[in-house]
Write a new protein. Sequence first.
Length: 177
Amino acid sequence: MIRRFFSVAVILYALGFVAFTLLLPGPLEGSTTDAVVVPTGGPGRIERGLELLARKQAKRMLVTGVGAGVRKVDLQREQGADPRLLACCVDLGPDAVDTRSNADETAAWLRRNRFKTVRLVTSDWHLARAEMELRAATGPRLVVLGDGVPTAPRFGTLFNEYNKLLVRRVAIWAGRT
């Protein structure tokens, strides 16, 4: 009985991992939200968020998890972003250090601004866990749309992310948010 249970668990784990790696989400096109949230940590994320703002697909953007001392002028220099767009519509969140604290920082920002819909822009391999953490931090009333920035992740990155996703999912189900 135990051997059968273990075998089924291993098969389900492996199938889940295969599905996770084959179904990485891509960019979301054509949707407009109140806000865009971009956790730092991967190439293409901030660029994608700024592009969405410039196309008026959101009113405001939060870059969560920026390093201490990072200013909008730094984004302007690095990204070549329009300074007017940065001044009017971009907020920097310096308090987050990981995916879970990104979600907490984002939830507080969304509440302060009374936003009802948000587009979460992050790496394709990171989107499932980031979205799960954001939903856990905000509750079911917020509409969260995932927007995956295409990457070419290594096997180890996918394997680690899948395991983090499973562990956090169990923790959230168990009420350990």
